[in-house]
Design a protein around this ligand. Structure first.
Ligand SMILES: Cc1cc2nc3c(=O)[nH]c(=O)nc-3n(C[C@H](O)[C@H](O)[C@H](O)COP(=O)(O)OP(=O)(O)OC[C@H]3O[C@@H](n4cnc5c(N)ncnc54)[C@H](O)[C@@H]3O)c2cc1C
Length: 821
């Protein structure tokens, strides 16, 4: 009887929790369970009756709104107010700037699949496609990365001119202003293609199309400013840069000391209302060649001349680089790369109000403006650089691993080498999926602040890992620098992408989960807004609605997470059936667990969330894996379920689920409260953790697949610039790969003969000729082998220099000025 009653109660309350039922239904259920227990046991004594009916009565009373508000909501309001993370003005503006989409679905614990699968798949206009196939390819063919980074420490004038003339620097500027007006998807793919040839050129194209004057003017510029600058920016007649960072304000950019004071001064011979501006900025990309300087500073108005109070807030201005008092032109030397980067300063420079972006209306709105542009910029540029670096390194490494032979076989066939190579295959598929999905979201009008932060740090972090893999697989070939080294420059430049637009440690540990929880959680943001409402009555009412929903949400996640865990996700939702349905269900299962654990983490850590970064970092990792898996599954659908790609998708999904379980394990092991920690562990892993990463056998097969030239390798490396010219730095690989594959059978025959001692490979002999003479190869076979051998020699050759040449290179590399700023 007891067991039956417990079972009835569990089913009833679990159903109510899963349905997020209102309180009166809980009260009714509690009363019914109480009544059944009395009937079942036939016990009608008063203390027993009180005991069993009390919960139902209390719940019933609480379902009366006024009682609930007085007894629960008001005390909870005070408590929550004291523990919720404090949100500063700049954080508030950052939170308000972005939109939520699929991230909110993941935070909700019950993702609505149409919000993922409904995002438009990769599409380009005919004009965009023609640009990628035309000018983007042409400029790639013009770039000699060694010449750029060593001989000139700059791109050659012809490349600069080509970029300007063809609108590369104004892709985001609308056609009405003479720009290309390209979609986010096209911009991302063009930046990618150029960066696959040269990171320096990629960054040069990326910056004017990312957070900077062009976008700020498009969105907030006055009609006069748009008229004056946009068409010149679009044609490359103005080179823009944007200066936010200074010596004392890096990650904490809002803490900058740069200041403008509203005052009267003289401009073009007339007394004018304006700003006396002082700044000290560094690390500014394109600054040394910029003609137009975007500046961020704190604006003060001690005499209240603008009528906005004394401290107006962060404000943005556009100042011509030639303007009196602007100091610009020296260069930093970022990772020894050739792109332009440098400091700029100015002291008490008077600028008229018309220099403020958007005019005086936008004075004090600078942080919001930057954050609004950042969420879209971060979704496009750096993910493009990160994902293309992964794909490009796979393109060259897969060729090299097939061409380079040791111990008589291609090094890529060896299990030790296949392991990093398979990582490269999976990352290439996964990050192209995430890049393309996020760009498509931007094209739909979203400003995905959380997802773009995830993508930025994951793509650039993974780029670092895969560049390491590529370097390792190449061995000495990629270490010896020179005109034929196609990897070292990308490898050295990885920290650039990792650091800019929010350095990765901060982005992972602070922004993704802490801001993500506030922004994308279904109730938290409403609770924060409610407790910060100056009108306490309105605040309390809003808090009541949000808090009640939050309790129901929490109960649902507890029950849902547990049920999914004991059924291993078999009954979780999936938009499709068949094999891939399994991964959608796993995604739904872990999204619900993420919603549960995320919720409790925020509730427990409260204001400490920003400090407890190891926990928030791991939660960010779980959210990232959920997003990357979502993107991977969507790409598989969008690509038309290509059977050949199924093993890659399976392997990625396995790794993602494994990583998610590991991160949950680390959260539980380190969660400060032992009761919550154990409760979460029981709810999420009642049967323990079982996920396993992709097996060695599967990974090996992926590596084998990509060693073959063909559609699979092309798909994994889509968007990269590919040359087949044997004289080209990477074309030499493609040329050799074809020849080596064509000679494979002959080569095996030859190697067998060498092993048997029928032919000797010695420098003082022509082994191929010897093989013909020994009857091992026919003359036709020898010709095929010789062609492959010659192509292989070109690939494995590295550069050498005389000491004089090296000294000259070093002296050319020296910056043209003192190192000290
Ligand atoms: C090549 C290059 C180009 C750039 N281009 C531009 C440009 O065009 N315009 C511009 O304005 N800026 C530019 N920057 C600046 C860039 O945005 C900053 O470098 C970046 O914001 C980090 O600042 P920082 O280097 O001073 O590092 P710091 O702020 O000193 O940070 C040091 C480390 O501490 C971590 N950290 C800091 N605070 C926290 C926190 N609260 N929680 C966890 N970790 C934290 C960071 O993640 C980082 O790892 C560029 C930088 C580089 C290197």
């Amino acid at each position: 009887m007891t067991l039956l009653l417990i079972a009835i109660a569990i089913v009833a309350f679990a159903t109510l929790a899963m349905r997020q039922s209102p309180l009166w239904q809980w009260a009714a259920a509690a009363l019914v369970v109480g009544l059944l227990s009395r009937i079942g046991f036939g016990a009608w004594d008063l203390p027993g009756l009180i005991e069993v009916f009390l919960p139902g009565v209390v719940l019933g009373l609480l379902s009366v709104p006024d009682i609930k508000r007085a007894a629960v909501i008001a005390p909870a309001y005070g408590f929550v107010k004291s523990i919720l993370p404090r949100v500063s003005r700049t954080e508030q503006e950052a939170l308000d700037a972005g939109t939520v989409g699929w991230d909110a679905e993941l935070f909700s614990g019950r993702p609505q699949w149409n919000k993922l699968l409904g995002v438009k798949k990769l599409t380009l206009t005919a004009e965009e496609q023609a640009f990628i196939d035309g000018p983007a390819n042409v400029v790639c063919s013009m770039i000699d990365d060694w010449d750029t980074r060593h001989n000139r420490a700059d791109m050659p004038p012809a490349v600069w001119q080509y970029l300007k003339d063809n609108g590369f620097l104004g892709m985001l500027i609308g056609k009405e202003h003479g720009g290309l007006g390209f979609s986010a998807q096209a911009q991302s793919m063009i930046v990618s293609k150029v960066a696959s040839r040269s990171i320096a050129a990629g960054i040069t194209v990326m910056v004017p199309n990312s957070l900077g004057p062009g976008e700020l003017l498009e969105k907030y510029g006055t009609p006069e400013q748009k008229e004056k600058y946009l068409s010149r920016l679009a044609k490359g007649l103005e080179i823009p840069c944007f200066a936010l960072t200074g010596p004392n304000a890096g990650s904490d950019a809002a803490g900058m000391r740069d200041v403008g004071v509203v005052t009267h001064g003289t401009y073009q011979g007339k007394k004018t209302l304006g700003v006396r501006l002082s700044w000290d900025k560094r690390y500014i990309t394109l600054a040394p060649v910029a003609t137009l300087l975007g500046l961020a500073f704190h604006l003060h108005d001690p005499e209240n001349l603008l009528g906005k109070g004394e401290n107006i807030g962060i404000t943005l201005a556009l100042v011509p680089a030639k303007y009196k008092g602007v100091v610009i032109g020296r260069r930093h030397y970022p990772a020894r790369s050739a792109f332009m980067n440098g400091p700029t300063t100015g002291k008490n420079v008077f600028i008229p109000m018309e220099f403020l972006i958007g005019g005086t209306d936008y004075a004090g709105q600078g942080w919001r403006m930057l954050m609004e542009c950042l969420s879209t910029g971060r979704a496009i540029s750096l993910p493009a650089i990160g994902s293309i670096s992964i794909k490009q390194s796979l393109r060259v490494t897969s060729a090299y691993a097939r061409i380079r032979r040791q111990f008589g076989i291609a090094v890529g066939m060896m299990e030790g080498v296949a392991e990093p190579l398979s990582r490269m295959v999976k990352s290439a598929y996964e990050f192209e999926a995430a890049r393309s999905l996020t760009a498509a979201m931007v094209d739909e009008g979203q400003k995905p602040s959380v997802l773009s932060a995830i993508l930025k740090y994951q793509a650039t972090e993974t780029m670092r890992g895969r560049m390491n893999d590529a370097m390792d697989i190449h061995g000495g070939r990629a270490i010896q620098d020179g005109p034929s080294n196609y990897l070292l420059s990308g490898y050295i430049n990885t920290p650039v992408a990792i650091t800019v637009e929010g350095a990765n440690i901060l982005t992972r540990t602070l922004i993704t989960f802490a801001q993500g929880a506030l922004r994308a959680h279904p109730y938290l943001y409403r609770e924060v807004e409610a407790v910060q409402n100056k009108d306490k009555r309105a605040g309390l009412a809003a808090f009541d609605a949000a808090f009640s929903g939050h309790i129901g949400f929490m109960l649902r996640n507890m029950v849902g997470s547990f049920l999914h865990a004991v059924s291993l996700g078999r009954f979780a939702s999936s938009p499709i059936e068949g094999e891939m349905g399994h991964w959608y269900r796993q995604l739904a299962r872990y999204a619900q667990s993420f919603a549960l654990v995320g919720d409790w983490t925020v509730a427990f850590l409260g204001g400490d969330l920003k400090r407890k970064q190891r926990l928030s970092g791991r939660m960010a990792d779980i959210l990232s894996e959920l997003y990357l898996l979502s993107a991977t599954l969507k790409r598989f659908e969008d690509d038309g379920r290509i059977a050949e790609d199924r093993p890659v998708v399976d392997a990625i999904a396995r790794d993602c689920i494994f990583n998610i379980e590991q991160s949950f394990g680390a959260v539980f092991a380190n969660f400060p409260n032992p009761v919550l920690r154990n409760l979460m562990r029981v709810l999420v892993f009642p049967l323990g953790r079982h996920a396993k990463p992709a097996s060695d056998r599967v990974n090996y097969r992926l590596a084998r697949e990509v060693l073959k030239p063909g559609a699979f390798r092309d798909r994994m490396t889509t968007g990269t610039y590919v040359s087949f010219d044997p004289k080209d730095v990477t074309g030499v690989l493609e040329d050799a790969l074809k020849k080596v594959v064509a000679a494979e059978e002959v080569e095996s025959k030859f190697v067998r003969a060498v092993k048997k001692g029928m032919v000797e490979r010695r420098l003082d002999r022509d082994a191929i000729a010897d093989a013909v003479e020994a009857g091992v190869l026919t003359t036709e076979e020898a010709a095929i082998l010789r062609v492959a051998d010659e192509a292989t020699d070109r690939v494995i050759r590295v550069d050498d220099f005389s000491s004089d040449e090296l000294a000259r290179i070093e002296s050319q590399r020296e910056p043209q000025h003192d190192a000290a700023e």
